[in-house]
Design a protein around this ligand. Sequence first.
Ligand SMILES: O=C(CNCc1ccccc1)Nc1scc(-c2ccccc2)c1C(=O)NCc1ccccc1
Length: 325
Amino acid sequence: NDGSVTATPVDAYDSEYLCPVSIDGQILALEFDSGSSDLWVFSTSLPLSQQKGHVIFDPSKSKNWKALSGYTWNITYGDKSGASGTVGTDVVTVGGTSVSGQAVEIATQVSSQFVSDTANNGLLGLAFSSINTVKPQKQKTFFDLAKPSLSSPVFTADLKHHAPGTYDFGTINSAKYTGAITYTNVVTSKGFWEFTGSGYAVGNGSFVSSSIDAIADTGTTLIYLPDAVVTAYYQQVSGASYDSSQGGYTFPCSATLPNLTLGIGSYRAVVPGQYINYSPRGSKCFGGVQSNTGIGFSIYGDVFLKSQFVIFDGSSTPRLGFASK
Ligand SMILES: O=C(CNCc1ccccc1)Nc1scc(-c2ccccc2)c1C(=O)NCc1ccccc1
């Protein structure tokens, strides 16, 4: 039972993309996150003050809800946001793909970043189940549970710049990309869709071969790269500088930004310069490419992913596929 669901940007900056998910008939907009592995939702178990403005899941209204007594979860993201709570299982449907016995993690507490992001009613994790946070027994992701019922064990991301895109489960729709798909091996030891990029080029500059340890992360907005790449990029942007008060590189909003080419094997993925003007911040504009210092690896987030058609291949040898579109 393959499925396809629309991924809608939540704001003018494509800071996140939300998809409608049905939990036994209750429909919530969730953020699909290939950088984490918990499916959690705003719930009636939250303090009313934290529920305000959100669409709330009410397990008491679900016929298929089965509480998992004594099970808890607790997740913290790199930006120090987080949530925690209790767990049950229910029927979860995304597009045409339906899964029963899906662990749905009920929030009893969420951090302020989630409270204020009223469009976001929770996350649907699409990284590997090894990093699910449920205790005493970690739970499987929607993709892992859906896999056996899919035509092929894959999902694809076709995110778009300032426009709705799609996630497809079970099929690779050849109408959504041009040219050949380049596949690259994935290392799953950290639980992420982790691969090694082959280098970079700034604008029309020559390609610099270098191994870049990176993850494909639909839940992270920007691209986080090694300092060597980031400084080389912003050297080509007049008026750009690192602004510690803004926590990253900014530049005059009138700047013309060069494209950034990121190598994946012999494939050259081109991120249009305009995608790298992320958003106005203070009197300048904040860059969509930032340093990966403190993270431990690079993150190819939405600014990158929306320039590509991406295949998350969950076969016995997981791999990532990239194609132009
Ligand atoms: O955590 C994720 C994927 N989930 C992103 C997400 C979605 C909704 C709300 C909050 C977060 N990806 C990864 S892997 C590694 C990190 C990381 C980032 C910075 C420091 C240390 C680790 C992150 C992450 O936190 N991504 C989101 C993010 C937010 C702000 C700045 C950078 C990255």
